[in-house]
Design a protein around this ligand. Sequence first.
Ligand code: AMP
Ligand code: MG
Length: 344
Amino acid sequence: MKTEVLPAFAGENELNQAAIEKAGTLLRAGEVVAIPTETVYGLAANAYDGEAVSKIFKAKGRPQDNPLIVHIAKVETLSDLVAEVPEAAKKLAAAFWPGPLTIILPKSEKIPDAVSAGLPTVAVRMPSHPVAHAVIEAAGVPLAAPSANLSGSPSPTNAKYVFDDMHDRIPLILDGGSSAVGVESTVITLATERPRVLRPGGVTVEQLRELLGEVDVDDAVLHKLAEGVRAASPGMKYKHYAPRAEITIVKGTLKEFRRFLESKEKDAFVLCFAGEEQYFPRAVTYGEADDGLSQANRLFDALRELDEQGAKTVYARCPQLSGVGLAVYNRLIRAAGFKFVEAV
Ligand code: AMP
Ligand code: MG
């Protein structure tokens, strides 16, 4: 199948209506289309059509037991997808939609098993990207969409990276420029006794606690970390978002990092913060030190750039674990297969 790439914008703030219509038509016909969102690019299909949704899993090589997020254009659509809309969901939607927050609730019978991977719950998000919004409207149905990368690779934040992974696998990619957030949405479940964050993202745990009071952070966000500390060489099964290079996160100050690097392979690459590249012959930067948002914005691109430059061994500077930095760390530690060392 030949993959067409169409510009999603006709002018600076004007949508390319012909491209949006084409996407809508393909989606209504049960096809898969890659679309820009403010988090990362998504691989979309009609969420009510189990057969269309199964094409997403095939295109990505995604394990069947990993459920998809359903994307909607209006808050009112949420009640079609879930068994019941609790007060907490209304609060979250009012505060953070449209935006990078996914809410999990017990699902309605309209959601096929292919979307929820057989779980009794469904994950729902309302994206803020104008193209995503327009495509959902043009399709006339909610769209199930995971990130538009091959399973295991870094999520794509522009149309070129989608094409690298998805050419000949899907009929259409809409090019809407770079994704603003750069990492996938925050995922919070309201299907547990207390709200629980399953994946950190652009909406921070601090913001969620301010709105809802007590919010748990799932063990899997932090617990695998603890296992990583103990394991000298963690298994590939913990590796996600991964470039071909072997990444090791190096904890410590810039000074300690530089000293640590002196004893390392001469051809090693460094993944560092903006301004630090002057100290290293082979460096790729990912955002400003102490600015989680700018790091999130750069991380996945930086991982792909390391591959493009042929990096085999990479030592990475460590982000802070608060705010959006938690999401950055969560992705980077998986890209590194949970491998890190203390520089001191
Ligand atoms: P992606 O769209 O590729 O970012 O992946 C969607 C993420 O949401 C994955 O981490 C899924 O495991 C998670 N997810 C989607 N639906 C559910 C659900 N019903 N329960 C728990 N996690 C979910
Ligand atoms: Mg993904």
